[in-house]
Design a protein around this ligand. Structure first.
Ligand code: SF4
Ligand code: SF4
Length: 402
């Protein structure tokens, strides 16, 4: 397999199609038109091993808007059926362990099994992994990667547009984190516990994957998630499909649509490297007049420390310890916690314990001093029993400004 693909072009446009519903006909047409307009040709797929990497962060039905909608996958497969791909594999490492059993659960609950029926595609059950190298990485120069991604000639990054408690927003860049197998993801959280370094690592990963294979980023923004994404937020209609060969351009436009432009650190990091313009207005966009998609009141996650906040700069200037004191933290709602242990297993720094309360019921407890604010626990709690608590001073001041 060749590894000589050019990474991506900073001037690669984003194609936006209006899409109000998950209608198969509209979605297939949108994807076909996007590919045509972006110069993606059938020869790009001929005899190629194609891997589609959806967002399956949690075993949840598509109505929750946490995962890529199966109708988008199905529409993409209809387009790929017309090409002469050597193989088409659906591969993703969602939250938690990366085992055959877990994969089966994700595929079935997230509607992926049904979506591939009748198409020339298979589901990945190979849980082996290997190493991919990122020579241009600034925070990380090698990544553990799931096997299908290692072997891919073409990768279609089939992401979902959502707010995100850790990274502020999840679209193309963040979705590549699911190419790292299972619990190894938690090691990356621990290793890049510094927030800036974590975002730099994500940009390294996206850049590397675009060098490794011919990569297309395709974002399901028909219905996204606002509030406490990536799993605990509320579905919100956005009404579009975004496609690009540059994930950083796609995310820049996506952040503008969600009204959080310049507040997404991984996008700012990409812009500082010259991978995309600083402003969405400078991103080449084709297709729909995307400005009409902007949602001014798109709810931010509770963890968001935005530039509108009066203390946004102070903690950064004053240093890490002060910043940590001010930054939002996870808080377990012990009344509703069922003691399942999912958060304990997902905590990269092992700062959650399951103990019995005075009634003998198992409950989760966080040892706050060691918490690195990665919000993996909040992301993976199956019953959303973990809140993000803002610093009271910060909260009060932000309210006063409204
Ligand atoms: S994952 Fe949620 S329900 Fe399970 S122990 Fe942790 S807080 Fe409780
Ligand atoms: S307690 Fe939650 S937010 Fe804190 S380090 Fe553990 S998983 Fe991350």
């Amino acid at each position: 397999m060749s590894h000589s693909h050019p990474s991506f072009s900073p001037s690669a446009p984003v194609f936006i199609s209006p899409c109000d519903t998950y209608s198969a006909e509209i979605l297939t047409d949108a994807i076909r038109r996007s590919f045509d307009s972006l110069g993606i040709k059938r020869e790009d797929f001929t005899n190629k091993k194609v891997v589609i990497k959806p967002n399956l962060v949690m075993k949840k039905g598509c109505e929750g808007a946490a995962t890529t909608h199966p109708a988008v996958l199905s529409a993409l497969l209809s387009v790929l059926d017309e090409y002469d791909c050597q193989s088409v594999v659906i591969a993703e490492s969602g939250g938690g362990p990366y085992t055959e059993n877990a994969l089966h659960g994700f595929y079935s609950v997230c509607g992926i099994e049904d979506a591939i029926r009748g198409h020339k595609a298979v589901l990945n059950y190979d849980v082996s992994s290997g190493t991919l190298y990122a020579p241009d990485g600034l925070a990380c120069k090698q990544f553990e990667s799931i096997r299908p991604i290692m072997d891919a000639d073409v990768i279609i990054n089939l992401c979902k547009l959502k707010s995100h408690s850790l990274t502020r927003m999840s679209a193309a860049i963040k979705n590549t984190f699911g190419t790292i197998p299972g619990l190894t993801k938690f090691e990356y959280h621990a290793r890049f516990s510094d927030y800036t370094e974590f975002n730099r690592m994500l940009v390294d990963l996206s850049e590397m994957l675009h060098r490794h294979a011919f990569m297309i980023d395709l974002c399901d923004a028909v219905i996204g998630m606002e509030g406490n994404g990536p799993t605990g937020g509320i579905p919100r209609r956005i009404g579009a499909i975004l496609v690009s060969r540059n994930p950083f351009n796609l995310d820049t436009v996506a952040s503008a649509i969600l009204s959080c432009e310049h507040e997404v650190p991984m996008v700012a990091e990409a812009a500082s490297r010259g991978y995309c313009p600083k402003d969405s207005a400078d991103v080449p966009v084709l297709g729909y007049d995307w400005q009409s998609l902007i949602i001014r009141d798109f709810a931010a996650p509770d963890s968001a420390v935005t530039s509108k906040n009066p203390l946004y700069w102070l903690p950064k200037i004053a240093g890490g310890a002060v910043y940590r004191w001010f930054s939002p933290r996870p808080m377990i709602r012990t009344k509703t916690c069922i003691g399942c242990g999912e958060c304990e297993r997902s905590c990269p720094v092992h700062t959650i314990r399951i103990k019995r309360d005075k009634n003998g019921k198992k409950k989760a407890y966080i040892i706050p001093n060691d918490c690195i604010r990665c919000f993996c626990c909040q992301e993976l709690c199956p019953i959303h029993s973990i809140d993000i608590k803002k610093n009271p001073v910060l909260y009060l001041l932000s309210r006063m400004r409204k």
